[in-house]
Design a protein around this ligand. Structure first.
Ligand SMILES: Cc1ncc(C[n+]2csc(CCOP(=O)(O)OP(=O)(O)O)c2C)c(N)n1
Length: 300
């Protein structure tokens, strides 16, 4: 979690220089959900995710150099420079893809899970997405099909209470998301998405169910993004949420929660190491070549 935090904070500092020609969606404040879920996945389990991807990519074992190079649109990026921040992909670590189309990868995750089941493999697929993605038709179709086929898929909804600047209460009925989803006939639960231990334990149960042939599960992880919807800046001046609300969530920081378990010197040492690692990735990205016209013919 600390690594994801430091990486994003540093990227946010250098982003305004304009060298990274990609929109970015930061997950600062939401780190516990990807870390808790990915901690119980095996390397050959797969992940399909949405546009807020950085934390999921790193938590699944993604390569920091390749991620940052992707932000710079370089040929050494994990999508060879063609995707940018919202379209990370790295089959070597089971990252099957991410998409800016809300809900766009949820059906793909069910497809992966069905393939595992049909081949008799004990692997699971995770679909990770935000609270607005459950408003897309593909979500309902995917959950229904996963229930019918008992596909080993874990749906993880990072409920950070907003769709860009629209709060949940103007978009959805006043019924918790996991309760509505339960109506599809799927085990569904809500966890404190800022508590890495709680997320991990819900994910462990869901993944175990999938591996044992028990079919899909749904986890609603209640969390909050500290920065704006897009870009590294804070966006409190837009007035769609109060500073008091943001501060209340900052007080529930997933990283600080582990402070009692991590001696201060160790945290400082790790922070320094992650900062150096990020700076090295920035140098690598900036020195990497851009894709060529020949690459365009080959890769697109
Ligand atoms: C199909 C589709 N409709 C609308 C959009 C525009 N859009 C981009 S991000 C976003 C909100 C996303 O909210 P959520 O899914 O909760 O994820 P979060 O950004 O909060 O992590 C919207 C509506 C889109 N990208 N795709």
């Amino acid at each position: 979690m600390l690594r994801i935090r430091i990486v994003e904070e540093r990227i946010g500092e250098v982003y305004p220089a304009g060298e990274m020609r990609t929109p970015t969606h930061f997950c600062i404040g939401q780190e516990a959900t990807p870390v808790g879920v990915c901690d119980v996945l095996r390397p050959d389990d797969v992940l399909h995710f949405s546009h807020r991807t950085h934390g999921w990519y790193l938590a699944k074992g993604g390569d920091l150099d390749a991620m940052v190079a992707e932000f710079f649109g370089r040929a050494t990026g994990c999508a060879k420079g063609w995707g940018g921040s919202m379209h990370l992909i790295d089959l070597d670590v089971g990252l099957m893809g991410s998409s800016s189309i809300l809900g766009g990868t949820i059906g793909h995750a069910v497809g992966s899970a069905l393939a595992f089941k049909m081949r008799g493999e004990q692997r699971v697929a995770v679909a990770a997405f935000g609270d607005a993605a459950v408003e897309e038709g593909i979500f309902a179709e995917s959950v229904n099909w996963a229930v019918i086929t008992r596909a080993p898929v874990v749906f993880v909804c990072e409920n950070n209470l907003y769709s860009s600047q629209s709060p949940l209460h103007v978009r959805q009925p006043d019924i918790p998301i996991h309760e509505r989803v339960e109506g599809f006939g799927i085990p569904a639960t809500r966890v404190d998405g800022n508590d890495v231990v709680a997320v991990r334990s819900a994910a462990a149960e869901a993944v175990e169910r999938g591996r044992a042939g028990g079919g899909p599960s749904f986890i609603e992880a209640l969390t909050y993004r500290w920065r704006g919807h897009v870009g590294p800046e804070e966006d409190d001046h837009l007035g769609y949420r109060s500073v008091a609300e943001v501060d209340e969530w900052k007080a529930r920081c997933p990283v600080d929660r582990l402070t009692p378990l991590v001696p201060a010197e160790l945290r400082e040492e790790l922070a320094l190491r992650f900062l150096r690692e990020t700076d090295a990735a920035l140098r690598f990205a900036s020195a990497s070549p851009a894709p060529t016209w020949e690459d365009a013919w080959r890769e697109v």
